[in-house]
Design a binder for this molecule. Sequence first.
Ligand code: HEM
Length: 146
Amino acid sequence: MTMIINETLRLYGPSNGLARTVAREVQLGKLVLPAKLDILPLNIGLHRDPHLWGDNVHLFKPERFADGIAKATNYTAAAFLPFGLGPRSCVGMTFASIETKIALSMILQRYTITLSPAYVHSPILILTVRPQHGIQVIIEPLHNNF
Ligand code: HEM
C-alpha cells in the first residue's frame, strides 16, 4: 500500500510547487537569483523528470518504490517531495499517510473498486492537482452481510 501511495503522490500529488523567497543572492546554474525574489520550484517537474525516474517516468509503477524512497530516487532527496522539503515541510505528513492507509484498509476490507469505463483520465491544476471530470468507479461489496 505504501508503494501505491508513493507512486500516486509522485504522479498526482496535490501540491505542484513549493513557494519560496530567496534569502540572499544565489547563483543557480546560469541564473543569478536576487535576494527577496519569490520563486515557485515545481516538484511536479522533478517527479516527472526521466533523468531521475527513467524512461517509464509517466507510467504508474508502484514497484519502483519496492526498496523504499531512497532507492527509488537513487538517494536524491529532492527528487521526491510531495510533502515539501526542509524546515517548512508538511507537518501533517505522518498523519496524512496513516489516515490514508486506515481509510483505504477499511474500504478494501469491505468493497472491491474497479475503474468505470466512463472514466476519462484528465488531471488538471486548479490550485492543486485534481481529476477534471471526477473519478467514476464501480464499488461492489465483498461480503453479503452489509
Ligand atoms: C496527502 C496529504 C498532504 C500533502 C500532499 C501535503 C503537502 C504539503 C506541502 C507540499 C506543504 C509545503 C511544504 C513546503 O513548503 O516545503 C505542506 C505544508 C503544510 N502542511 Fe501539508 N500536506 C498534506 C496533508 C496535511 C495534513 C493532513 C495537515 C494537517 C493535519 C497538513 C498540514 C500542513 C501545514 C501546517 C503546513 C505548513 C508547514 C509550514 O509552513 O511550516 N498537511 N503540506
